[in-house]
Write a protein that binds this ligand. Structure first.
Ligand code: MG
Length: 431
């Protein structure tokens, strides 16, 4: 059964703004083609044209495509080369990290004006619990309308909203409302909404699980709901079977948790051509550690585990990590550990991608950072904090020339939302 015929459309009045939203206190708000829309907003002459934002190098990946570009079959996560073939007259742009960051903060600020109970899922979407906001702002549908209007008036961006009794259904609602739409799923109609959907609409069902279910003859959510749990258990295991069965009956007890903290912060880069030269890898790890350090400091967190990811030319991926005694947000420390993890690998193969990640995050304010005797890293930390201040004020362009990075390195990370590479300034001499 195809998605198109099975799915209730936004125009279906049963799920329109007139629907009974009494118990629908969860909103899922998702910006439409966010990166592309932010790019069009900055360059209005692009309005109406197919705009594709992402990695523009030979191995770049599409981050976001305007709806005009989607008509050509362009989708996010598609290789940019494929998008170029599908849409040769498209406008291809790199991700403007600072502009996206600023737009994201403005979007989240509108959400937080409505309720403090905001759980961001990414830079451009969040769950909102509006139960407590109803007295002041009106029904959930009215609140959704208010958010959509403010987004348009203040940010000149459109978003889509799902209004439902649970997070899971609200998220499905916003997806079906796209673009620039609103879907309300009344409690009494949750199963009518849910059951015609394909199985991969259920959270946790990826391609492989969907294939397993299809082989059992289960293609829709409704068929999962009515399948014997024993059959699901045999195919998927106990935990997944119970989880899917609950979701298929519209049961999702998870609340909106505004404290949802990032568990790790990382960055990675894909090379335009595979790299074997350790000096190039070293530079990349420096740049990545630098970026991760800046993001840790911006988020006010430190972490004890530093991990690297190395993808070889044949796509095998190697992960290595080390947990250290003292939590850090210092790029120089993150780099030293990353580099020693990398050299310990003794990789002789060509490398396609490297990544650096810091895990085990805790708030910097409440984590004691025992400095070792002589505090040799002190100079680094202060230099990096000083640079954060310059970046905050003038943007990455206000910094010293990219002494460590060639232009080609700078080009490579464009397909990641937060991956504008900030060049490392000259290291301070440890005092
Ligand atoms: Mg979005």
């Amino acid at each position: 059964m195809g998605r198109s015929q099975a799915v209730p459309k936004g125009r279906d009045p049963r799920f329109g703004p007139g629907a009974d939203d009494a118990g629908c206190t969860i909103l899922h708000v998702d910006m439409d083609a966010f990166f592309a829309s932010v790019a069009v907003r900055a360059q209005p002459e692009l309005r109406g044209r197919p705009v594709i934002v992402g990695g523009v190098g030979p191995r770049g990946v599409v981050s976001s495509a305007s709806y005009e570009a989607r008509r050509f079959g362009v989708r996010s996560a598609m290789p940019t080369a494929r998008a170029r073939a599908l849409c040769p007259r498209g406008v291809f742009l790199p991700v403007d990290g600072p502009a996206i960051g600023e737009a994201s903060r403005a979007v989240m600020a509108i959400f937080r004006d409505v309720t403090p109970l905001v759980e961001p899922l990414s830079s451009d979407e969040a769950f909102l619990d509006v139960a407590g906001a109803r007295r002041l702002l009106g029904s959930p549908t009215e609140i959704a309308g208010l958010i959509r209007r403010r987004m348009q008036d203040e940010q000149r961006l459109t978003c889509s909203v799902g209004v439902a009794p649970t997070k899971f259904v609200a998220k499905l609602g916003s997806t079906r409302a796209k673009p620039d739409g609103l879907i309300v799923v009344p409690g009494a109609l949750v199963l009518e909404f849910l059951h015609p959907l394909p199985v991969d609409a259920l959270w946790g069902v990826g391609e492989r699980a969907a294939e397993t279910l299809r082989r059992l003859g289960l293609t829709t959510v409704g068929e999962i709901a009515h399948a014997p749990v024993g059959m699901l258990r045999g195919a998927l295991g106990e935990a997944a079977a119970v989880h899917l069965h609950e979701l298929a009956w519209g049961r999702d007890p998870r609340g909106v948790s505004p404290e949802r903290e990032e568990k790790s912060i990382g960055a990675e880069m894909t090379y335009d051509t595979d790299v074997a030269d350790p000096a190039v890898i070293r530079k990349s790890l420096l740049a990545l550690a630098d970026k991760v350090g800046a993001r840790l400091r911006a988020a006010g967190v430190v972490g004890r585990t530093v991990a690297i990811k190395v993808r070889l030319a044949d796509f095998r991926t190697v992960n290595r990590s080390r947990t250290v005694h003292t939590s850090t947000d210092v790029a120089r420390e993150i780099f030293e550990i990353s580099w020693s993890l990398f050299t310990a690998l003794g990789a002789r193969e060509h490398i396609r991608l490297v990544g650096v990640r810091v895990e085990g995050l805790t708030p910097a304010a409440t984590t004691s950072r025992q400095l070792s005797l002589g505090e040799p890293e002190r100079g680094w930390r202060e230099a990096e904090a000083a640079r954060d201040a310059v970046v905050a004020r003038f943007g990455p362009g206000g910094l010293s020339p990219a002494s460590l990075l060639g232009r080609s390195d700078l080009r490579r990370t464009e397909n990641h939302p937060h991956s504008t590479v900030v060049p490392l300034s000259d290291p301070p001499s440890p005092s």
